[in-house]
Design a protein around this ligand. Structure first.
Ligand SMILES: C[S@@+](CC[C@H](N)C(=O)[O-])C[C@H]1O[C@@H](n2cnc3c(N)ncnc32)[C@H](O)[C@@H]1O
Ligand code: SF4
Length: 459
């Protein structure tokens, strides 16, 4: 900070925000202090909670000079107070400043870990800041001492379930279900043996997956059915053991699914399938990825880590041929069903799916998958190292007969560190330029950084 000298010795001047949304300050002796709740450009007092040789962990006590970006949190459960909910980390920072911070994280990662500087930093893709989270995992606990059942996220830095009565990041109708759900579980025989309710919203259905450790009594099943009757759109799924055991309580009624109207595509899914958390942003993300990839009628496209076909089917409305590859057999089965459903309604390019572990990928396998002009890559947090490495190896060997590296790659990432590592490989060893990159604000108020990057073959 420019007037750091004027900060009294017992106060700290905050310079930056780390990935956990903690303010970062530096003491005169160079020691770094991470301050929960402090924001860049603030002058604060903080109580040290943990002391190490090079750093300290501290808790905000008082803000003496406030950041212009500090805002009043919308949710009463957000904060530093005891019992505060740990579901959000940045509600005290203006949403535009959150996006700016994520953009900096992306650029810093690309540069420091990948030595890559995108030719263009794209405008952030933004959506609603509230009510965006259509997927969530609520923990459920019967707290005898308080004679209540809690349904919510974990408290900040704790294993306890926060006592939340409303939640602003899930849709309003889901927030309104929190207290009724507490009452429901509190009235059930299985009050002690239902540790979790998973939420998966579709366009018409609110699926609630109840994890139960013991078989449910007839009375409990009747209560679940009465709850669904009372709350239109709620559909109960039961999970007695692992994710494979999830079953719909009662068949019939509308199917859980989402649509991508721009492409005329419908995507039925099961609540245990991977789907993007934020459906508003997902629509813009799919549309942006396709605009950037620009698949032509005469081009073949490969969609790596294709999930249930979220990008594959829209690609099939534009390209000559599409191949989707994904690790989960269940998701590949779903993507085939979704292909059949949509192909019966509208023309789609020939599309095939394959199940494969993409964390292992030899150059020969890449050649066997066939040449494609364009690639869409959307890996989990671990990234797509094996894929980028195979591409780099083929580039070093000057390719293979009858095979050509893709001309363009659009990479959608939920972890800037692995994106940066893979970008480094693509740019410095596989012959690509990083022509554009930008953030996608998929998870407002959290520290998660979703982003999208474009790579063009340099020749
Ligand atoms: C970020 S999701 C993207 C899914 C899809 N593109 C979408 O938009 O819904 C990452 C996908 O990678 C898959 N995956 C995870 N590990 C994998 C692996 N080792 N090999 C192949 N796929 C994997 C997951 O099952 C998941 O579907
Ligand atoms: S996750 Fe929901 S309840 Fe928790 S702080 Fe965020 S908005 Fe509030």
């Amino acid at each position: 900070m420019k007037d750091k000298e004027s900060v009294p010795a017992d106060r700290l001047a905050v310079d930056a925000l780390d990935l956990e949304a903690q303010g970062v300050a530096r003491r005169e002796d160079g020691k770094v202090v991470f301050i929960d709740g402090a924001l860049p450009f603030e002058v604060v007092s903080a109580q040290v909670m943990r002391r190490k040789n090079n750093w300290e962990q501290a808790k905000l006590v008082e803000v003496h000079r406030e950041s212009s970006q500090r805002v009043r949190p919308q949710c009463p459960h957000f904060g530093l107070h005891e019992g505060a909910c740990g579901g959000c980390k940045m509600q005290h920072l203006h949403p535009a400043a959150q996006v700016a911070m994520k953009q900096r994280v992306l650029e810093d990662n690309l540069w420091h870990l990948g030595k890559v500087k995108p030719e263009l930093v794209m405008r952030p893709i933004e959506g609603p800041a509230w009510g965006y989270r259509w997927r969530a995992r609520f923990s459920v606990r019967h707290v005898r001492k308080k004679e209540t059942v809690l349904v919510g996220f974990h408290e900040r830095k704790s294993r306890y379930v926060a006592d939340i009565r409303e939640c602003h990041v899930v849709p309003g109708h889901v927030s309104d279900l929190l207290l009724p759900l507490r009452a429901l579980i509190g009235s059930m025989d299985a009050i002690e043996t239902c540790p979790q309710i998973e939420l998966a919203c579709g366009d018409e259905v609110t699926a609630l997956v109840l994890r139960h450790l013991e078989p449910l009594s007839t009375g409990d099943l009747a209560k679940l059915r009465a709850f669904a009757q009372e709350h239109p759109g709620v559909q109960w799924w039961l999970q007695p053991k692992g994710p494979d055991t999830v079953r719909l309580l009662d068949e019939g009624g509308p199917a859980l699914g989402y649509s991508l109207p721009e492409f005329g595509i419908d995507m039925p899914f099961r609540p245990t399938d991977f789907t993007q958390v934020n459906p508003h942003i997902n629509r813009v993300l799919v549309s942006t990825a396709l605009r950037l990839l620009d698949p032509r009628r005469d081009e073949r496209v490969i969609d790596w880590f294709c999930g249930l076909g979220n990008f594959t089917l829209p690609l099939a409305t534009r390209a000559r041929e599409v191949l989707g590859i994904e690790g989960s057999e269940a998701l590949v089965a779903r993507s085939r069903q979704n292909l059949a459903l949509n192909a019966a309604r509208r023309p789609l390019a020939p599309t095939t799916f394959a199940a494969r572990n993409l964390f292992e990928m030899a150059p020969e396998q890449l050649v066997a998958d066939g040449a494609a002009e364009k690639w869409l890559v959307d890996p989990p947090r671990e990234g797509a190292f094996a894929l980028a490495k195979a591409l780099a190896d083929l580039h070093q060997q000057a390719g293979a007969e009858g095979w050509q590296a893709p001309r363009r790659i659009v990479y959608v990432s939920c972890n800037p560190a692995t994106l940066a590592r893979d970008a480094g490989l693509l740019v410095h060893q596989a012959g690509y330029r990083c022509t554009a990159a930008g953030v996608v604000n998929m998870f407002p108020h959290t520290a998660h950084v979703e982003s999208i990057a474009v790579f063009e073959r340099a020749d």
